[in-house]
Design a protein around this ligand. Sequence first.
Ligand SMILES: [Zn+2]
Length: 221
Amino acid sequence: MQLINLHTHRVKNDGEIQIQNLFAQDLSHTKPDFLFSAGLHPWHIEKVNPEECFEAIERASDLENMLAVGECGLDRSISTDFSLQEHCFKKQIQIAVNKNKPLIIHCVRAYSDLEKLKKETKSDIPWIIHGYQGNLETTQSLIRHGFYFSVGESLLKNDSRQKILRLIPLERLFLETDDRDLSIQQVYLMAAQMLILDERILGKVIFNNFRTLFGAVQLNL
Ligand SMILES: [Zn+2]
């Protein structure tokens, strides 16, 4: 069974299944023949033409191998106007809803804004927060709001976060390498130890989560 890497910025040929992140502004000069997600990252909003990005994401989302819209989202730690960030995020939520694809979300200090938006849009698509690092209360609240969580090294290397990881229902959990230079096998090992769970069982659970959210038929899994 192959391990699922929900979000990576690096091309890795480790035989596992990975969703490679592509930035919307790069879509015009790539023809991805691999599984990918594409979005306008909040950090890039002021450096690109957002409208062109939305068009590129919309075009790419007709491809079967584009599995999700994102990473996109909200970040209160940067100077980019927050209402502009919300505007860009809403545009991408709309594309994801129209094309029936999950969202891969970047969120920094904006969890309550995220919950508000999810409530407002009443969408059926999965909202997956990647690089998740929220605290205990935030995690409880996000679980109640139906979010999915993708966890990487930054949460797993910190023993004090064990409670948080164990709070997340297994059927809402994914693992990722993001932009880090480590293997997805290492991430699964760290998570399995923290969860006090057999690595193979964890692998199976996340594989099933992947099939449930992204569809088994198209992927021939
Ligand atoms: Zn990322």
